[in-house]
Design a protein around this ligand. Structure first.
Ligand SMILES: Nc1nc2c(ncn2[C@@H]2O[C@H](COP(=O)(O)OP(=O)(O)O)[C@@H](O)[C@H]2O)c(=O)[nH]1
Ligand SMILES: [Mg+2]
Ligand SMILES: [Zn+2]
Length: 294
């Protein structure tokens, strides 16, 4: 039987759609018992559209459910595009959670400040962008009213699987439209292939970029939650803490008021910024919510 390799772009419980090497959409069916592929998965498909193999994943994007369990939503995501805007006002915690998720799952993160045509207030997170850049989180100012703002972002996402994340209203759908040519045509053909209405925004979909790579829109989120993590696991999410971890006097140090804490020492010496320690404490506090229920 002839097998073909294809990239899953949308996936439901027992069927989905993938693009083959020639970028042709193929309908997929999942054999019972075989793990359901995620958007972003590379799969082998037989000539009847049955998925026979899911190739190993290098990264998985997902979120915590209300019980604090990790729920995967997309595979092989290379980078997260965290979209913020002057309006609606950004949530610092949401930004911190997305950055943490990216670190924990080995996904690169970029910050996209949309609606650059509106003046951003001189307050966090806008005043922290340079600090975040030093930590490895590059940022891009974009606006649909400034066509020259898009090409640098397009260059940064070419050839990769990128996922748009951010609050409702920041302009994720507008960005997707600007980056993906013929988005409407594509959306219609996908709906025809899956038999779902075109306004289903509850599942993550991958859209092919003009040259190579994919851009995914995630369903609108009001809240994005992490999942249950040990204190030491969560600390790994703060990339600049890593050199100091394991050097505190207490093994289960929460990097708060404990004596001999290497992390708070580093903050005092200016090696770690205060706002990141504050972010750490807020995320750690949130974890109590999960620990109570498990
Ligand atoms: N001023 C301005 N408004 C924008 C820009 N991009 C999107 N918007 C507006 O922001 C609102 C939300 O956009 P949408 O793409 O639906 O956001 P989403 O909820 O993140 O998908 C809409 O009213 C858009 O017209 C921009 O670059 N500048
Ligand atoms: Mg949207
Ligand atoms: Zn400590």
């Amino acid at each position: 039987m002839k097998l073909e390799q294809a990239r899953v772009i949308v996936s439901h419980s027992d069927h989905g759609v993938a693009l083959n090497d020639q970028s042709q959409p193929t309908g997929l069916r999942y054999k019972r018992g075989l793990m359901r592929p995620l958007p972003g998965d590379l799969v082998d498909v037989d000539d009847r559209g049955q998925v026979t193999t899911i190739h190993p994943r290098h990264a998985v994007f997902g979120r915590g459910d209300h019980k604090g369990q990790f729920k995967p939503t997309a595979a092989n995501v290379d980078q997260l595009l965290i979209v913020i805007a002057p309006d609606p006002a950004p949530s610092l915690d949401l930004l911190t959670r997305y950055l943490a998720m990216a670190e924990l799952k080995g996904i690169k993160a970029r910050i996209v400040i949309n609606k650059a045509d509106i003046e951003a207030p001189q307050k966090p997170p806008f005043t922290q962008l340079a600090s975040l850049e030093r930590l490895g989180y590059a940022h891009h100012w974009v606006s649909r009213h400034d066509p020259t703002s898009l090409p640098p972002l397009m260059a940064a996402i070419r050839g990769q699987i990128s996922l748009l994340a951010g609050q409702t209203g920041v302009g994720k759908s507008s960005l997707l439209n600007a980056c993906v040519p013929n988005l409407d045509v594509l959306t219609n053909s996908l709906s025809a292939a899956t038999g779902k209405g075109k306004h289903t925004t509850t599942t993550t979909r991958l859209y092919p970029l003009p040259e190579s790579g994919f851009l995914a829109d995630s369903p609108g989120v009001w809240e994005y939650g992490l999942w249950a993590l040990d204190t030491s696991e969560l600390a790994q999410a703060f990339v600049e803490f890593r050199p100091f971890l394991g050097r505190c006097r207490f093994r289960d140090c929460s990097h708060n008021h404990e004596p001999g804490c290497a992390v708070t020492d580093a903050v005092a010496k200016g090696q770690i910024e205060h706002f990141r320690l504050a972010a750490w404490h807020r995320l750690l506090k949130e974890q109590a919510r999960y620990n109570r229920e498990t």
